[in-house]
Design a binder for this molecule. Structure first.
Ligand code: PRP
Length: 253
């Protein structure tokens, strides 16, 4: 009824051809409305992830605690920001996976904190398994990935959520996905806390992303540099001098 009224009115003013063109344009323009519960299933996975706070111009990043001041240049994502975003991600995952038992596959070891906070709020029947991937396998060239821990759970015909802390070049996720898909799960979705799109070399995307981050070397909240800093409760930017000193050290990882 409304469309007929619009055509009639516009035809009177602009002529029939112009009116039809306008109507087509109107139909193509979808209103930019917030997702509601009924359409969350598709929109949550595709909606833009949150940029790290400083990318939005929010420079009110808190002072780095004196304990970390020597090594950490600044806090990129605070504990509170992490908690809030992870809670939103959990709700989206819950909606997409409801109705069936899921298998959460977590990539060792950087996911330790993110995984714990994510699954503690997932109110769904689930099983948990870990997969280990390393670029430091004996006899491999630097950058080659080897699996250091295989899955124990059979994921065939299962709904799988693959969890990693950061999607960087994409090599890890791409290899793990290839391996998982060969095991013929019913569906696989990917979930990362951080997405560093600037360094991507593989054509891989995550379905659920916590934060988009710039090309900084970040540590904390599970992420390490030479196995250190995983215990920081926030995500922070590592001071450049830490890299430089480590490069000189004979004990570097
Ligand atoms: C990190 C991170 C991801 C991977 C992402 O793992 O945990 O798994 O790198 O990088 P990519 O996208 O370039 O492949 P890392 O090998 O440092 O091991 P860790 O998780 O034990 O720290």
């Amino acid at each position: 009824m409304f469309a007929q009224y619009i055509i009639r009115e516009m035809a009177g003013v602009f002529g029939l051809a112009s009116a039809a063109r306008c109507l087509i344009l109107l139909c193509m323009e979808k209103p930019d409305r917030p997702a509601n519960v009924s359409d969350a299933k598709s929109s949550e996975r595709t909606r833009r992830p949150e940029p790290a706070p400083e990318m939005t111009g929010d420079r009110k990043s808190p002072h780095v605690d004196i304990r970390w001041l020597k090594d950490i240049e600044r806090v990129l994502i605070t504990e509170q920001q992490l908690a809030r975003r992870i809670s939103e991600m959990t709700q989206a995952i819950q909606r997409d996976f409801s109705g069936r038992e899921m298998v959460v596959v977590s990539v060792l070891s950087g996911t330790v904190m993110f995984l714990a906070d994510l699954i503690r709020h997932l109110n769904l029947p689930m099983r948990l398994d870990f997969i280990g991937v390393s670029s430091y396998g004996a006899g491999t060239e630097s950058g080659d990935l080897v699996f250091t821990k295989e899955l124990r759970i059979d994921v065939k015909h299962r709904d799988v959520l693959l969890v990693d802390d950061i999607l960087d070049t994409g090599k890890t996720m791409s290899r793990v996905l290839e391996k998982l898909k060969a095991l013929r799960p019913r569906k696989v979705r990917t979930c990362v806390l951080l997405n560093k799109a600037a360094r991507r070399v593989e054509n891989v995307k995550a379905d659920y992303i916590g934060f988009e981050i710039p090309d900084y070397f970040v540590v904390g909240y599970g992420l390490d540099f030479a196995e250190r800093y995983r215990n920081l409760p926030f995500v922070g930017v590592l001071h450049e001098h830490v890299f430089k000193e480590a490069q000189k050290s004979p004990y570097r990882k």
